[in-house]
Design a protein around this ligand. Structure first.
Ligand SMILES: NC(=O)c1ccc[n+]([C@@H]2O[C@H](COP(=O)([O-])OP(=O)(O)OC[C@H]3O[C@@H](n4cnc5c(N)ncnc54)[C@H](O)[C@@H]3O)[C@@H](O)[C@H]2O)c1
Length: 414
């Protein structure tokens, strides 16, 4: 990459209070990196249902730690691909100008800057995040803080052929990879051999997926790598069921997996039929609704595991679990939030060797001026896949049906 001209100002989508009315595209100064920071150009950024939570909750969000967005607006966006353009002295051996990185937004660290803006002076904080209190990716440029690099959360894109959108999408996909590795089963080869732990969904078992939103679709894709006998996807939205059928029908058939699409109304009957009344081995709750999290336990068979992948709103966190079923039938519950750099590297490898093609999940693209519309569309569940924003561009949100490296270059010029 030749010498890059860094402009003095840029556009950024910022949260300046609480609620969608406080999401504003603003012109701000392009920050220049100090010795412990790196300035990156944002190639693209994707929207996530989780963005809605910080918009609605502001300082109350668990990753904001009391930071008041009305006093100190934050730039949104936590999934993206960036190119390093100016590297502070401290990182010259680690980060290369002109090289691309995917951002792992969840940083297992205390904040180094602006500690007075956090509740309690930042004491006790162990996790911060890009697109929350650290500058986000719905902007033309982003300053990457030392804790991001120190925690290896700028993940190098290993291959020039990986398009920007695919690198960006390794983050949400890696949350799914990580989540499914939290399901575990205590198994035995025979009654007289010791127990052992199987990490991941049960091969040859029945996996149930609740919700076929963008994250649910990836859960279906990654679930199939565990080779369940049956994969049931429950989703009330007909268009989303149709998308799931289109994406996975043929792939499941080829892999010998029985794919069953169901509506929540008939789900119990479907599970009874498919499992002979036994219940499922793995359930993934790919939505954040308390009543459905609670209900998910009812679908489990003996030794079954439910994974609470979607987080519920603060104040709705208490659910009831049947303690007799835990005791007598060894059902269990797991959960995880986010991923770490190793999950992203694993996902990036799947993208690089073609096992995973994120392009089919891209349902809309636009310039930075479309980022707010995209967040609204995600909020109102009008998106059948992921939306990608190219911050260098000014273009309205355009619905598309899949995306490729060539289309990306034609659209963004990069
Ligand atoms: N754990 C993590 O690391 C992580 C990472 C990213 C997102 N998330 C969370 O994952 C969840 C899913 O994300 P998304 O972008 O796909 O969200 P989404 O809101 O687009 O999708 C949820 C889907 O659930 C469906 N649904 C509603 N009621 C249902 C029911 N009774 N049974 C089955 N399906 C039902 C909806 O129709 C919708 O299609 C969100 O809560 C998000 O915050 C978690």
């Amino acid at each position: 990459m030749g010498e890059m001209q860094i402009p003095e100002s840029m556009m950024a989508l910022r949260l300046t209070g609480v609620g969608m009315d406080s999401v504003e595209l603003q012109e701000i100064e392009v920050p220049r990196p100090e010795a412990d920071q790196v300035l990156c150009r944002v190639e693209c950024a994707a929207a996530c249902a989780s963005d809605g939570k910080i918009i609605d909750q502001g300082a109350e969000h668990s990753l904001m730690h009391g930071w008041d967005t009305a006093k100190w607006p934050v730039t949104l966006g936590h999934e993206g691909c960036v190119t390093a353009v100016e590297v502070g002295k401290m990182w010259e051996d680690k980060i290369e100008v002109g090289k691309r990185y995917a951002v792992q937004p969840a940083i297992p660290s205390a904040p180094s800057r602006y500690r007075d803006r956090y509740a309690n002076g930042g004491r006790g904080i162990r996790k911060i995040a890009v697109g929350y209190t650290l500058p986000g990716l719905f902007a033309e440029y982003v300053v990457i803080e030392p804790e991001v690099i120190g925690c290896s959360c700028l993940v190098p894109v290993p291959d020039d052929h990986i398009p920007h959108y695919a690198a960006a999408l390794t983050e949400p996909i890696s949350c799914v990879v990580a989540a499914q590795q939290h399901n575990f089963h205590v198994v035995k080869d025979s009654p007289d051999t010791p127990r052992k732990a199987h990490i991941g969904l049960l091969p040859g078992g029945t996996t149930l997926l609740l919700g076929a939103g963008p994250m649910g679709l990836w859960h279906a894709e990654i679930a199939m790598t565990y080779k369940p006998k049956t994969l049931i996807i429950s989703e009330p939205n007909a268009a989303r069921r149709e998308t799931a059928q289109q994406f996975f029908g043929a792939k499941a058939r080829e892999a010998g997996i029985n794919l069953v699409l169901a509506t929540p109304e008939v789900l119990e009957d479907v599970i009874r039929d498919v499992t002979g009344g036994r219940g499922v081995d793995d359930c993934i709750v790919a939505l954040g609704i308390r009543a459905i999290q609670e209900k998910s336990f009812d679908y489990l068979g003996e030794g079954g595991v439910t994974n609470l992948f979607g987080g519920v709103k603060a104040g709705e966190e208490m659910i009831q679990v049947n303690a007799r079923r835990i005791h007598y039938e060894s059902i269990s519950v797991v959960g995880s939030s986010g991923s770490d750099p190793s999950d992203m590297m694993e996902t990036m490898e799947m993208v690089a060797d073609g096992r995973l093609e994120p392009g089919k999940y891209v349902a809309a693209v636009g310039g930075l001026d479309a980022a707010r519309d995209l967040l609204l569309a995600v909020r109102e569940q009008r998106m059948e896949g992921k939306g990608i924003i190219y911050p260098a561009m000014r273009r309205p949100l355009e619905e598309i049906n899949g995306w490729s490296a060539a289309q990306e270059t034609a659209f963004s010029g990069r």
